[in-house]
Design a protein around this ligand. Structure first.
Ligand code: TPP
Ligand code: DXP
Ligand code: MG
Length: 648
């Protein structure tokens, strides 16, 4: 692209300043006017690129000035910048050698949608899950101190949504105690993916709109500015005055109490002010918090008017901001779940839904609209969500905790200690179970069967299609004996007929979908459909595979397994979870306990982190799409056959 004269000219016209910028070193000498044009160019480039390929979007539009100011003032990558979550760091990628690569962000073989240490030396810390930045940055700051590199700055940039997670407060508390030099930038756009549920936001609003505060602030800033000209002594007096007043009334009192020096609120789109404040805090000691007020989706009208500020999107029309629709696709599992829950709540008002800041992602937005009192968004606080649910369960409420498989990892101990140990009836609904596609390894739901399976009393189900999903949800809500979980993948369901009403499924009961006598395919959840397709293909090659929809990873249908073990020498397990500790491992353990001597092949996710790409590309790459399954099964049968022949 850059070698092409015509495109180069177009780029220079379209993005006059950005076309000259590839690395932070290119902006060091620029004045504010030029940097402002750079910000305009970055926004334009983001809209042009992401409207074509899709990706995270609104957050990045809001961090453009912050990113430019940080790279202008700080000496990156020597100074360490830690972005929380990472979806808002596209401008950072553009300024750190990945401008062209942005055109393949989140694509198979392209750059990651999040920060990744192996991708760039400018990515000081990898993430994808929220609320990691202050802890990681504090660790870096303390590491720097231990290494005696006192001139290295550490900056964490965290969104207000991420500030609803408890770890932010654990980290701030610890920062206050350790007193290492650390700069935290709070990027406050009052938005998570949905409007943020951060109580502290209300406190800010109250404080900031207090007339006394505004009077004080105007006077202090005015005074501090004037005193700049008079050197150190007067500036120190002003600083003392400032902290005196802060002790009386400022929005930052909360942070000050945790040991941070608070600056703000500042306009996070005012480059001049940001650069000035970063230059200033660079010289200060101890934990600093800069409170920047920004707008998610800033500068792109359709995003500014959008309910979620276009947090993320599939490719969209640049003029309207409307995503291009895939015509004729069956509804997503998420929607099936959301609607089914509403039907269940209609029948039983004791059922409630809980989300950790993902109302739309989980489908609970449907419940929110229909039954707002039965709906709880607790913020990005999965640990709290689970223990909150445990508390509700003690009172006879039936909580349905809808959390993506990957984010439920956050609440591991809460599931064991607060729910399972007390046999509390909490329903865990894990959307995005299996490979999620473009978000990659931070977001793949690769481990939930493994991390839930060994918990005593836990029931784990996975539906083969949307009709079964509805019945499993109903079964889970009616179960009452303790924790029960169901998982299903990201994306469209299969488009099967969905009958009105619900049917209970017997706990631990599998169903045989197709008979065969050469090999048994024991499939779990999303892999049932693939197993059926693979079995047809095997049939065409003269191999008769029996296909069983196992439905439960725990408890296993042991009667069926006993029968299968007698009828088949070769048995294949299929799941979209790590084969380590997953559903197949459960069967392996059962066969070992029973001393069954069948040959078992476990097909599933490998014991490694899987990169990003479409779900189809990743399935193919791993050999777990129907063709891959056919190959694996044939290979398995052949190997076993030839071994048998040798031993005969
Ligand atoms: C532990 C965890 N839970 C949920 C999410 C899903 N998620 C991604 S971004 C986001 C909102 C983040 O809001 P904020 O930090 O304010 O950033 P903004 O998008 O507003 O810039 C959420 C809930 C996540 N990444 N990590
Ligand atoms: C950054 C983040 O964690 C979310 O924005 C996530 O990318 C959403 O993924 P879904 O599109 O699967 O809801
Ligand atoms: Mg936000």
């Amino acid at each position: 692209m850059n070698n092409n004269g015509e495109n180069k000219t177009t780029n220079e016209q379209k993005y006059p300043v950005l076309s000259k910028v590839n690395y932070p070193s290119d902006i060091k000498q620029m004045d504010v006017a030029e940097l402002k044009q750079l910000c305009k160019d970055i926004r334009e480039y983001l809209v042009d690129t992401i409207s074509e390929i899709g990706g995270h979007f609104g957050g990045g539009l809001g961090t453009v000035e912050l990113t430019v100011a940080v790279h202008k003032v700080f000496n990156t990558p020597y100074d360490l910048v830690v972005w929380d979550t990472g979806h808002q760091a596209y401008p950072h990628k553009i300024l750190t050698g990945r401008k062209e690569a942005l055109k393949r962000i989140r694509k198979f073989g392209g750059i990651s949608g999040f920060l990744k240490r192996t991708e760039s030396e400018y990515d000081a810390f990898g993430a994808g899950h929220a609320t990691t930045s202050i802890s990681a940055a504090l660790g870096m700051a303390v590491g720097r101190d231990l290494n005696n590199e006192s001139n290295r700055k550490v900056i964490a940039i965290i969104g207000d949504g991420a500030m609803t997670g408890g770890m932010a407060y654990e980290a701030m508390n610890n920062s206050g105690v350790l007193k290492s030099d650390l700069i935290v930038v709070l990027n406050d756009n009052r938005m998570s993916i949905a409007p943020n549920v951060w109580q502290i936001s209300n406190y800010f609003t109250e404080m900031i709109s207090h007339p006394d505060y505004n009077k004080f602030k105007a006077q202090i800033w005015d005074l501090t500015g004037k005193l700049d000209a008079f050197g150190d002594r007067l500036r120190k007096i002003a600083a003392r005055l400032e902290s005196g007043i802060k002790a009386v009334v400022t929005p930052g009192m909360l942070f000050e109490a945790l040991g941070f020096r608070y600056f703000g609120p500042v306009n996070g789109h005012n480059l001049h002010q940001l650069i000035r404040i970063f230059e200033h805090v660079k010289t200060l000691k101890g934990p600093i918090l800069i409170h920047a007020i920004t707008e998610k989706g800033k500068g792109y009208k359709p995003a500014e008017g959008h309910i979620q500020r276009l947090h993320a999107s599939t490719p969209f029309d640049k003029l309207t901001g409307k995503a291009y629709k895939k015509e004729g696709a069956p509804p997503a599992y998420t929607t099936i779940f959301g609607n089914a829950l509403v039907e269940i709540v209609k029948q039983n008002p004791k059922v409630v839904g809980i989300t950790g800041a993902m109302p739309d992602g989980t489908g609970l937005d449907i419940l929110q609209k229909e039954f707002p009192k039965n709906y709880f968004d607790v913020g990005i606080a999965e640990e709290h969500a689970v223990t909150f649910a445990a508390g509700l369960a003690t009172q006879g409420i039936i909580p349905v905790v809808a959390i993506y498989s990957t984010f439920l990892q956050r609440a591991f101990d809460q599931i064991i200690h607060d729910v399972a140990l007390q046999k509390l009836h909490v329903v865990f609904v894990m959307d995005r179970a299996g490979l999620v596609g473009a978000d990659g390894p931070t977001h793949h739901g690769a481990f939930d069967v493994s991390y839930l399976r060994f918990i005593p009393g836990m029931v784990i189900m996975a539906p083969k299609d949307e009709a079964e999903l509805r019945n499993m949800l109903y079964t889970a809500v009616e179960y009452k004996k303790g924790p029960i979980a169901l998982r299903y993948p990201r994306g469209s369901a299969l488009g099967v007929e969905v009958k009105p009403g619900f049917e209970k499924i017997e706990i631990g009961k599998a169903e045989t979908l197709k008979s065969g006598d050469d090999v048994a395919l024991l499939a779990f959840g999303s892999m049932v459909n693939y197993a059926m397709i693979a079995s047809e293909k095997l049939e065409a090659q003269g191999i008769h595979a029996e296909v069983i929809n196992m439905r439960f990873a725990k408890p296993l249908d042991t009667n069926l397994l006993d029968d299968v073990s007698t009828r088949f020498k070769k048995i294949v397990t299929l799941e979209e979870n790590s084969i380590i500790g997953g559903f197949g491992s459960g069967i392996l353990e059962y066969f070992a306990e029973k001393n069954y001597k069948n040959d078992l092949l476990r097909i599933g996710l490998p014991d490694k982190f899987v990169d990003h790409g479409t779900q189809e590309e990743l399935h193919k790459m791993l050999g777990i799409d129907p063709d891959g399954i056919v190959n694996q099964v044939i290979h398995f049968i052949e190997i076993k056959k030839s071994k048998e022949e040798v031993s005969v």
